[in-house]
Design a protein around this ligand. Structure first.
Ligand SMILES: O=C(O)C1=C[C@@H](OP(=O)(O)O)[C@@H](O)[C@H](O)C1
Ligand SMILES: C=C(OP(=O)(O)O)C(=O)O
Length: 453
């Protein structure tokens, strides 16, 4: 379970304004004017955790350069070590901590317990690895994450002949009784609740006797770019992996190569920082912005202009310049649901109404994000209506108040965006940002405080 390794700083974060209240709430730093800042963000959660899994299943050692060090990636490292992989630090080649050298296990062994924490990538990617290990592996998670859906993955692995004990087939905890091999072959699953069910099967599939020919049978498929990220990561390691239709994928059996991989910055964690430029009419530059990527956060380059911002991408950087006013938007975010909290926060500060659709699945993220965003924005005086698959946001003047995080890093950072321009927003459990960005409070302070004009 989570230890206080990544606690929020208790010290003054932004002059007197950020002195913590009598409880542990974090007073969101208010921008004294347009925020003008340049930053580099740590590595991508989604790429780091895919590369860790592939490195642990590879046929030779790998080096991961500039990986993310956060609670989600630490949980992934611990999980793969528990199954027998060796993961050792090597001198840093990035700004945010050691590289990793990963040596695959000679033979994966179960008889262990894996704590997934709050990480969807651990609970959805590692069960198939455990099926390839010999012995039982128990999977559990924080109470807050035990309710996250697992049904599509459990049903898929079970259909492949993997023995899984569970009190509920749709959630943790459960035990995977690994036998050291999985036959694989043709499989149909319903991944409408999470693309991670698909990625979790594809990542281990080169090690299945017959690989996999996977079909999604549900009505909708969220977060498709994350499936493309999985296919891309497999191909870069020499695996024959492809999609043969919008909801069908093939991975051939065969070796996964060891690689020297540089992890890109996390472009989804870029969302609140770039949103700060939009919220304050300022200018924020992030370096480490890849020219080509499968990260859905790259879509911010065309999403933020819809709010009135100007965006320039090039030379490994993105610069977002906010306009004096924020426009309302009408967006379908089916492919990029993890960007929704930051964009909903901007919509709440806009001059006109917004609708964000295609994100029913984010009810299954760290919390029901549609309900959480509506509740928290409305608590500050906003007017947000929950739709079946999205939010309708009508801007109203917002006032000071408490913002609950629901153990959700992106809820905490959405509150920080609003707190830039609404004095007295107190964020409960800012430490939950450690899930993917332990440096959030200090980077935010640096951005707002040191560089405001
Ligand atoms: O595979 C991944 O790394 C992810 C897939 C997406 O999950 P969903 O398909 O559940 O939205 C995304 O929202 C999550 O943050 C990361
Ligand atoms: C949905 C998210 O996380 P997870 O990888 O835990 O699903 C997220 O980071 O927005």
């Amino acid at each position: 379970m989570f230890e206080a390794k990544y606690s929020a700083p208790e010290v003054d974060l932004f002059g007197e304004r950020a002195t913590p209240a009598t409880d542990d709430d974090w007073i969101a730093p208010v921008a004294a004017g347009p925020v003008v800042a340049s930053l580099t963000l740590p590595g991508s959660k989604s790429i780091t955790n895919r590369e860790l899994v592939l490195s642990a299943l590879a046929d030779a050692p790998s080096r991961l350069r500039a990986p993310l060090h956060s609670r989600d990636s630490d949980n992934m490292v611990a999980a793969l070590r528990a199954l027998g992989a060796s993961i050792e630090p090597a001198p840093a080649t990035g700004d945010y901590g050691d590289d990793w050298i990963v040596a695959p296990a000679e033979e994966l062994t179960g008889s262990t317990t894996i704590e997934c924490g709050l990480a969807g990538t651990v609970m959805r990617f590692v069960p198939a690895v455990a099926a390839l290990a010999l012995g039982p592996t128990v999977f559990d998670a924080d109470d807050a994450a035990r309710g996250r859906p697992m049904g599509g993955l459990v049903a898929g692995l079970t259909a492949l002949g993997v023995d899984i004990d569970a009190t509920s087939t749709d959630s943790l905890p459960f035990t995977v009784h690994g036998t050291g091999r999985v036959t694989g072959g043709r499989l149909e699953i319903d991944a409408s609740q999470s693309s991670q069910f698909v990625s979790g099967l594809l990542l281990s599939a080169p090690r299945f006797d017959e690989g996999i020919h996977l079909h999604h049978s549900g009505t909708r498929l969220p977060s498709v770019p994350h499936i493309e990220m999985t296919l891309d990561a497999l191909r870069r390691r020499g695996v024959d992996a492809s999609s043969d239709g919008a909801a069908s994928w093939r991975v051939a059996p065969g070796p996964i190569g060891g690689r020297d991989v540089r992890i890109e910055s996390d472009l989804s964690n870029a969302a609140p920082f770039l949103a700060a430029a939009v919220a304050t009419g300022g200018r924020v530059t992030l370096s480490g912005w890849p020219e080509e990527t499968t990260q859905v956060g790259a879509d911010l380059a065309h999403l933020l202009p819809l709010f009135g911002a100007e965006v320039v991408v090039g030379d490994g950087r993105i610069t977002v310049t906010g306009a004096p006013e924020i426009s309302g938007v009408d967006l379908d975010l089916t492919t990029g649901g993890e960007l929704a909290p930051a964009l909903a926060a901007l919509a709440a500060l806009a001059t006109g109404p917004s609708t964000i659709r295609g994100i029913g699945h984010i009810r299954h993220h760290e919390t029901d994000r549609l309900a959480a965003l509506a509740t928290e924005i409305n608590r500050l005086g906003g007017d947000v209506e929950e739709l079946a698959d999205g939010l309708r946001i009508t801007p109203r003047p917002l006032t000071a108040g408490r913002w609950s995080s629901y153990h959700d890093h992106r809820m905490a950072t959405a509150g920080a965006i609003i707190g830039l321009v609404v004095e007295g927003v107190r964020i409960e459990n800012i430490a939950t940002t450690a899930k993917t960005l332990p440096q959030f409070p200090s980077l935010w302070r640096e951005m707002v405080g040191a560089h405001s004009t």
